[in-house]
Design a protein around this ligand. Sequence first.
Ligand code: NOJ
Length: 559
Amino acid sequence: MPRTRNSQKPAAPWWSTAVVYQVYIRSFADGNGDGVGDIAGLRARLPYLRELGVDAVWITPWYPSPMADGGYDVADYRAIDPTFGTLAEAEEMIAEAHALGVRVLLDIVPNHTSDRHRWFADALAAGPGSHERDRYVFRDGRGEGGALPPNDWRSEFGGRAWTRVTEPDGTPGQWYLHLFASEQPDLNWSSREVRSDFEAILRFWFDRGVDGFRIDVAHGLVKDHTLPDLGIADDAVFEHEGGKEDHPHWDQDGVHEIYQTWRKVAESYAGDRVFVAEAHVREDRLPLYLRQDELHSAFNFAFLKSAWEPNVLREVIDRGVRTPAEVGAPPTWVLSNHDVPRHVTRFGRGDTAFGRRDEGAAVTDRALGTRRARAAALLMLALPGGAYLYQGEELGLWEVEDLPDEALKDPTWERSGHTVRGRDGCRVPLPWSGSDAPFGFGPAGGEAPWLPQPGEWEYFSAQFQSGAPASMLELYRAALRLRREQPGFDSGTLRWLDAPEGVLAFERSPVLRCAVNFSGEPMPLPRDWGVLLTSDRITGGLLPPDTTVWLWGGGAALR
Ligand code: NOJ
């Protein structure tokens, strides 16, 4: 059975304080030597995850997919892509994870399917006005002969959000909406059949023991059915974040009744099943998703987007605690994921997560980035609520920015006309052991990993770092062990303490404190508090710059 934390405490649901490890399955571990991560690789590494001390894994889409968007283009939601394994292996993996005390979340992709999904093939074959087309968003074009797209919306990956199809009789026909790649047609959530099928998909996996789902593009499912223009210039490649209040394809009120139904599905199962939303919405709108009869949790992207700056972070943390609390939900922190540059790199040059994608332009101070990443990890793991780790952050991996052009797989690279390289740099296969590529990612003598790894990763492998007290891996292991075992981490509250300029200090319980030194100067630590853990060595009772400390004890204020 999954472990409980601080077992004498009354049971808050496990997910409210869980540390969840994101497995980007293609890049985690390759069991069969084809150069792509898979379920066999994941199963072999479950003991590593247990030893790391995480409560759960979130596995990115493992369903059959042509991989136009790394698996976020799903062709069948009730099966496993042969590259990753079989349904039987998936079931065994879930059971093995549970036996080790690790819960399992899957990724559900309800905004769009793959264009190879049976429904889309049926829609193309059935023609305009058919019931089959009604599962997607098909429209006639504008202009003479319907030759222009129905409106000016843009794909998130660049270019028009509409693609024209050829009708069964061979003539140019209707257009379909895709807010992402053209291989990812958007579903029509007004369709009863779409709704009931997704409920059945949730049940399919809950029946197989999964503990919950991360919901992809949770804010996108429902569109303003009038499909109004956004006023985007004809030559614009992207629809840049314009702060539009009522965006016609994001955060429409209609999404909520979908999640109310999903919550009922989850609650019809024993155990605390959980949803975590990927919802890029205005902060004041987030509580709507987190109401007690909707989703349990949602990523705090403000934290991930924040620069390494104390005043900004303090404000972000305050709001991150307060906003979900409005509706009784816990905060959910995250520093990195498979869509943003790794935070070692971000913090090493002052970028924010969505601040830059034209990699290579800025100089990165990786030592500084690593130092801050260590401090950021202890900051995040000291906050109340749950936290998500992205695979490889526990190894201190950085964004790989010199991947050769021909290796790039992210659809953004093509759709932006080779102006934006995309997200492959945070998806490079993990180094596990050994001194030569693929560094234990796959068996010796197997295919090369699907993205090349930097040679330096020899010194960043899990094996290399294991047992090395100053390594990132040992820092994460120590932090997760303390978080699980020390009283105070489960308090659910955070109280700011007076602290010198450039220092953030807070109390989690009368006996547990955390302080982060963002200033350029070492800061004296209080003498009557014991040091539980620090992100860097402390000498002479001074907390160095860009360092976090966890303190244990009681007595004087932190000054
Ligand atoms: C968000 C996912 O995290 C990202 O990787 C994907 O490209 C889009 N949603 C589309 O599914």
